[in-house]
Structure formats: C-alpha cells, structure tokens
Design a protein around this ligand. Structure first.
Ligand SMILES: *Cc1c(COP(=O)(O)O)cnc(C)c1O
Length: 393
C-alpha cells in the first residue's frame, strides 16, 4: 500500500551510507569517481542510473526529486536553482520557434516577462486567456498551440482554474498542460491527479517555508521530463546539494506546516471579512469566494495566502502596510513569518494598469502570506494597523 503524504515526505530519504547516519548527510561534491574506465563509460552511456557530475544530479537532489515526485504523484523530475529556472526549463525544453502557448493571464510576474519579452525573440507566441472563463479557452487554440501554462490559485488575486477542465482541453488537442503548483503545494492540490503533464514549483515558498533557500522543481510524466532533463543538464540551472538538503528536510514538516498556515489564514480571512472598510477579503475556502465550490473540489484546504481590498484605495493600503508592527513588509511569500505585500506597487508594478485590472490587482489590494505565529498575535497586529489606517486620513 502507498504510504501517506506525511510518511513519504519523511521516510523518502536516501539510503544510509556506511556510517549509519539517521539524518541524511549533505554531499558537497561537484563530481563522482569511478573504479575503472569501463565503469565510467557505462555511467556515461546512461545504461544504469549513475552519479557523474552535480550539474546532472547529486544524492541530495535525487532525494529531493524522488520525494516531490512521490508527493505530486509524478513519474520523474528535476531540481533547479530557483522556481524561475524550473518555469523556464519546463517551457523552453518543449517549445520551439513557431509554437504557440495558451497562458492564463494571471501567471507569476517573471513568467509573464518570459512570455512577453523573451519568447517573442525566439518566435514563440502566446495568447493570454481569462483564468475565470476556462470555457472560452478552446476558441484561442491554434494549429501550432503546444502548451497550456497556468497557476491556481493565482497570485495575488486568488482566482482558481478548474484543473479537470484544463486537463480535458489539453487532452482533446494533444497539448502539454503545465501547472505552477507553488501556491497550493502538493499537500493541498495534485494537478497530476486531474491529468496535468508537467508540474513546476518554486521550492523557495511553502516547500522550504522558512525563507532560507531558492529552489525549483519540474516533475511530470517520464516522456515529458526527458527533454527537460536534457535542457537542464546542458544549460546548467542545477540546484546546489546544500539547498537540496535544506529543502528535503523542510518537506518533512510540509503537511503539518500547511495545516497550520491554512488554519491561521482561514481565521484571519473570516475576521477581515467582517471589517467595515475592507471591501472584500478573498480566500478560496471562504463561502464568499466566487469559486468556493471549485476550491472545495480540487483543494484540500484553502492555502496560506489571502488578499484584501481596502475601501480607501492606494493611500489606505499604504497607511495599513506602514502601520504594521510585527508582520513583515517583504516580497516573498510562504514563510513561517507573516508577510504583507502591496502587489500593484511591487511584485506587479511592471504590468500596465490595464494588465493589472484584468487580473483584479487594484491599488487598494493587499496580499497577506499568513505565517505560523500565534494567530491572535497576527490578528492583533493586523487589527491595530487597520485601526490606525482608518483614522489617519
Ligand atoms: C515565487 C514564484 C515563482 C518563482 O520562484 P523563484 O524561486 O523566486 O524563482 C514562480 N511561480 C510562483 C507562483 C511563485 O510564487
């Protein structure tokens, strides 16, 4: 019988070395040695799995990839030095000049820059589609469309995309469905169960969850990972063994951390919804979320991120953020510390106002990545900042 998520994340550890260590060691070695020339030749021929050079793989990246594959229900995968290296490798390995991509309009900022600034140089076109209107996507598929690129829930608007519908569309037209699962993590949502071909992650966020390392992963069907492995092996976005070791340790606590992040976020979202000068609070597991039913269908819990819109627009959001005493003003998310961001002026400032409006990023929108502090302390800080922001007109 397959072990449970929590057990796989802990017991999916590499085999012990001769020292009998209980906790996996770090292999800070750039290359590996062979007893004979024949053994080395066999390793290079690819006949059997082998350790050759840490740009290709390393015991620590192998352990991490094997764990994430087990957690996502994927056959194969690679680890990369950042989430963006994973996003780029997953697309660049499969797309060529003349190809076309269907992309949800609400993708991560740097993914947007790849699609709009870099890919056109290499003759790869895209069409942005509305994440909230998946039934319209089919109309934008062209004979040269190769891939669907999407994120759910989206950042920072928390729009959801129906994974089952996206998979059926991809299957109908023979497209690769490539899902960035960073916001949900495999604990909350498994795109491969619905039929996705590739799943990418920024391990930097919830997977590490403590703001220490940058990392990325691409996992998926074996045949779809082959070209990604070739691309990564020869272009070099390899994850360092040390960061792989940190991340693999982090996964041991992913389930228990996510449960608490989600519980804290749900509690804050409920309280924020009742604050008079909060226009709305978006959280997938609040019944007021326009896609609440879909959230319940494809997510185990609502996630650690919520977004609120302050009635007084930009000045109100700025006053609120400046009045916070404990929560951190930072661009990151998915940390044990609660982080508050103003997307319109920071993470999404490179988008035009029209592009921001199209994905619901108004000047008054504030994103909160809810941490693991006691929820009453986080609420106390948020509540006092809301109070100050209300009175200092
Ligand atoms: C942060 C993030 C990325 C990029 O990851 P890095 O590790 O910062 O390179 C990609 N997608 C999503 C959804 C993210 O939140």
């Amino acid at each position: 019988m397959d072990q449970h998520f929590e057990t796989q994340a802990i017991r999916g550890q590499m085999e012990r070395t001769g020292y009998g260590e209980h906790s996996a060691p770090v292999f800070l070695s750039s290359s590996f040695a062979f007893e004979t020339a024949e053994e080395m030749a066999a390793a290079f021929s690819g006949e059997a799995p082998a350790l050759i050079y840490s740009r290709y793989n390393n015991p620590n990246t192998d352990e991490l990839v094997a764990k994430v594959c087990a957690l996502e229900g994927a056959e194969d995968g690679i680890a990369t030095a950042s989430g963006m290296a994973a996003v780029f490798a997953a697309m660049a390995a499969h797309l060529r000049s003349g190809d076309h991509v269907i992309a949800s309009r609400a993708v991560f900022g740097s993914t947007h820059q790849i699609l709009t600034q870099l890919f056109p140089r290499w003759g790869i076109a895209h069409t942005y589609v509305d994440p909230l209107d998946i039934d319209q996507w089919e109309a934008y598929i062209q004979p040269n469309t190769r891939m669907i690129v999407m994120e759910t829930p989206s950042n920072p608007g928390l729009a959801l995309i129906d994974l089952e519908k996206a998979s059926l569309l991809a299957q109908k037209y023979g497209l690769i469905l490539n899902v960035d699962n960073c916001f949900a993590t495999p604990f909350l949502q498994k795109p491969m169960d619905w039929g996705a071909g590739l799943v990418v992650h920024s391990g930097t966020k919830w997977m590490d969850g403590q703001g220490r390392v940058l990392a990325g992963l691409v996992v998926g069907h074996k045949s779809l990972i082959e070209p990604v492995r070739f691309f990564a092996r020869h272009t070099g976005p390899a994850l360092s063994p040390f960061n792989a070791w940190v991340l693999s340790k982090s996964l041991e606590t992913l389930a228990i951390r996510m449960e608490r992040h989600c519980a804290n976020a749900f509690e804050l979202a409920n309280r924020l919804e009742a604050v008079p000068d909060v226009d709305f609070c978006r959280y997938p597991f609040l019944p007021s979320h326009p896609q609440y039913e879909l959230a319940k269908k494809q997510m185990r819990l609502g996630g650690g991120i919520l977004a609120l819109q302050l009635a007084g627009g930009l000045p109100h959001a700025v006053r609120f953020i400046n009045a916070l005493e404990m929560c951190t003003r930072s661009a990151n998310l998915g940390d044990s510390r609660t982080i508050v961001t103003h997307p319109a002026s920071t993470t999404h400032s490179k988008l035009s106002e029209a592009e921001r409006n199209a994905v619901g990023i108004s000047p008054g929108l504030v994103r909160i990545s809810v941490g693991l502090e006691h929820v009453e302390d986080t609420w106390a800080d948020v509540a006092q900042a809301l109070e100050k922001a209300r009175h200092s007109h």
